[in-house]
Design a protein around this ligand. Structure first.
Ligand code: PHE
Length: 342
């Protein structure tokens, strides 16, 4: 009996085999239990011999089983450790971090500078009604400025009776939306995306502007000039920054001025401050009385200036980026080179 069971225990392949052996040998209905039951039929002498022998055998088998079981568990653990090991001394893989896009960076810089000058941030939708984008800004339906702006019109069904919608061609509609919300006096900027069907080295169909507007009872062109010069000095970090105010025309400002910044090309790079070239960076002027009225403000009481700056142009100038189209190519090498916070 002893040899039989010790042999089976040694030969058990896994814990299930071992359990089968255990039940057959020392289980309640196992062979040793059966033998125990036969003790009753024995003489007291026989009983005194056989009883302790059976008990000893039972103990021996039980401990042989648990020793074997412990051995199996050790082996399983060893196998697991062997397959799951991890070399914590290996060098780590380099992690690529994203960078801040130059346009986002410049938008933050611009917002911070105008915040110092007392301007808060307003926002408006990129899909506008043609009323906000044009009519309210004194650009009626027949006005040539509508054609000049290369507007993207939203497609609409013939029986759609909603007003026509456009992708806003400038951030100026936010002048009206902001006036409707807060009235005067006010000082806001609105950075955001704008859209025009135009594509070359300095134009992309989607680009960024920051609109500015200041309204009070005694605002003049001198205030506009000071604010823009102050802004450029802070943004370009050049004290004697040279701006050119060029008389211009916008339907929504009178008088109007476009502002250029002195620059020159060196190799393929745009440099600032010196040279014979001028890069246009913004349009501006005194807000037209019709625009103030469209925003619900009495033009006899309030005056204001407004401007629209090309954010991408600012980024090109400040960081010497030659081609505007690269901003929107999503070329990772370009983004790592020109991005911020790498
Ligand atoms: N909206 C004009 C443009 O996109 C810029 C501008 C804004 C001009 C405000 C005057 C006043 O060209």
């Amino acid at each position: 009996l002893r040899d039989k069971y010790l042999g089976q225990i040694a030969g058990a392949g896994d814990e299930a085999d071992l359990e089968t052996v255990r039940l057959a040998a020392v289980g309640k209905k196992g062979e040793i239990a059966l033998k125990m039951r036969e003790l009753g039929k024995m003489t007291p002498e026989e009983r005194q011999q056989v009883g302790p022998a059976l008990n000893a055998l039972k103990d021996e088998i039980t401990s042989a089983i648990s020793a074997r079981k412990a051995g199996m568990e050790d082996a399983a653990l060893d196998a697991r450790l062997r397959t799951e090991w991890l070399d914590v001394t290996l060098p780590t893989r380099a992690r690529r971090r994203g960078t801040i896009h130059p346009v986002s960076q410049v938008t933050e810089e611009v917002t911070a500078i105008f915040a110092d000058l007392g301007f808060s941030v307003a926002e408006g939708p990129q899909i506008e009604t043609d009323w906000y984008n044009f009519d309210a800004l004194n650009i009626p339906g027949h006005h040539p400025a509508r054609a000049e702006m290369d507007t993207f019109y939203m497609a609409r069904a013939a029986d759609d009776d909603r007003p026509p919608h456009v992708l806003r061609t400038h951030t100026s509609p936010v002048q009206i939306r902001s006036l409707e919300k807060t009235g005067a006096p006010t000082r806001i900027i609105c950075p955001g995306r704008v859209y025009r069907a135009d594509y070359d080295q300095t134009h992309t169909p989607m680009f960024h502007q920051v609109e500015g507007m200041a309204i009070d009872r005694d605002i003049s062109m001198a205030n506009l000039k000071w604010v823009l010069e102050e802004f450029c000095r802070a943004f370009f970090e050049i004290d004697g920054i040279e701006l050119r105010f060029r008389a211009s025309h916008f339907p929504f400002t009178e008088p109007s001025a476009e502002v250029d910044i002195r620059c020159f090309w060196e190799g393929g790079t745009l440099k600032l401050g010196e040279g014979d070239d001028w890069m246009e960076i913004l349009g501006s002027g005194m807000m037209h009385p019709k625009v103030l009225a469209a925003g619900g403000i009495d033009p006899d009481v309030w005056q204001g200036f407004a401007f629209g700056i090309g954010i991408d142009r600012l980024a090109m100038l400040k960081y010497g980026i030659p081609d505007l189209r690269a901003f929107f190519d999503s070329d990772l090498r370009w983004l790592r080179h020109y991005g911020f916070g790498a």
